[in-house]
Design a protein around this ligand. Structure first.
Ligand code: ZN
Ligand code: ZN
Length: 242
């Protein structure tokens, strides 16, 4: 089980079906130490900006920490993303994820998607994790991505639900982990929870890490302490640069 899950959706994403407190109850029940609520950036249809959560929410449960985050989308090939800049500038956002989602055209090719992610990492120091780069619809050069992510202190995600739901093939996950290992790039192991029973799950990807021999020290959320250290080390980047 993931002790500190850094990728979880609530009802503020169109694809999420639970409230933050329902997620908290589940996390408490299964003995997790914490999780980040990372609803989609507003470019995807049906999402909502959870402003009061960012500004006012404090977890009622001292045993389970809740981080405030967002999973942003690419806006163009120049590295622009749909981050909630107002709340980032207020410094109330703990973690920023970036993933390629259906607002980006399909069939642009591996070089285009890799270039777009690299441009976004360079332009937006607030990005902490690149989510599911092994999405079958958006092929990415894992080596180039891992090299760039490492240089920027960004983690690359190993996403449990994409494998669990067969939305990414397992070979792609092996290739991704091998590329991160070769480049010495950190990974985040996340559930990408949309339904409550997915919270903290890593069963679909844990054997891959073991097979490849990926070192625990390179997993930014290997436990609560490392997850919080990673978040703190990235906090200085939570500014808008232009
Ligand atoms: Zn995503
Ligand atoms: Zn997600």
């Amino acid at each position: 089980m993931i002790q500190f899950d850094l990728h979880v959706h609530s009802i503020f994403s169109q694809c999420g079906i639970h409230t933050v407190l329902e997620l908290l109850e589940q996390a408490k029940m299964i003995g997790m130490k914490g999780f980040a609520v990372t609803d989609h950036g507003l470019t995807l249809p049906g999402g909502r900006l959870n402003g009061p959560f960012f500004e006012r929410f404090k977890s009622p449960c001292p045993d389970v920490k809740i981080l405030k985050g967002v999973e942003c989308n690419l806006l163009d090939e120049n590295g622009n993303i749909d981050a909630p800049w107002f709340f980032i500038k207020l410094k109330v956002i703990d973690i920023v994820l970036l993933g390629i989602h259906p607002n980006t055209h399909k069939k642009l090719g591996i070089d285009a998607y890799t270039d777009m992610l690299i441009a976004a990492i360079r332009k937006n120091p607030c990005i902490d994790i690149i989510t599911h780069p092994n999405d079958v619809n958006y092929p990415v050069d894992y080596k180039r991505l891992a090299r760039e992510a490492k240089a920027a202190g960004v983690a690359v995600e190993l996403n449990n639900s994409k494998i669990m739901l067969a939305r990414a093939d397992i070979e792609s996950a092996y290739d991704l982990v091998r590329a991160c290992l070769d480049e010495g790039c950190s990974m985040a192991v996340n559930s990408d929870t949309h339904a409550i029973h997915e919270l903290g799950l890593d069963d679909s990807v844990r054997p891959i890490l073991k097979d490849v021999g990926f070192p625990e020290e390179l997993i930014v959320n290997r436990d609560e302490e490392s997850a919080l250290e990673f978040i703190e080390s990235r906090r200085k980047n939570k500014v808008k640069t232009d």
